[in-house]
Write a protein that binds this ligand. Sequence first.
Ligand SMILES: [Zn+2]
Length: 157
Amino acid sequence: MLKFTALPTPLTPDTSHPALIKPVTQPSSFPCRRCLQDGRPGEEMLLLPYNPFTPTPSSTSTSPSPSPYTGPGPIYVHRSECAHYQCDGSVPEQQRRRLVAVRAYDVENMMVGFAIVKGEELGVKAGELLEDEEVKFLHVYYAGPGCFAVRIDRGGE
Ligand SMILES: [Zn+2]
């Protein structure tokens, strides 16, 4: 069982990088990382930098450990509050129809594996990567633009 985790609601604002407001100009091009639905023409998105990593056991603060792999990257979220994605264990439709890079990280946020797969193969590949005990979580990125999409953990039994 895979657990897909979208971004929290609300996001912690990064005041050093104000969000840009972007009108949705075409369908299937503005993937919201919170509800995991694409923006629809007529809606507005926020484009902002977001660091998807979480603190590690050796961190002395609430900030993510300074692994060379951590750091903010660009993401879209709906400008209006949207519902946080509720995981049902299957690959979200938003990732299933895109080419994705899936990256495996250890407990110290160091990358220990990766693959590029079609979204419909993400579930199988994620399961394979998580068979390695060293791997603690996965991040999925959109392979073309290289933007963070969603986090995957081992789900419950
Ligand atoms: Zn949304």
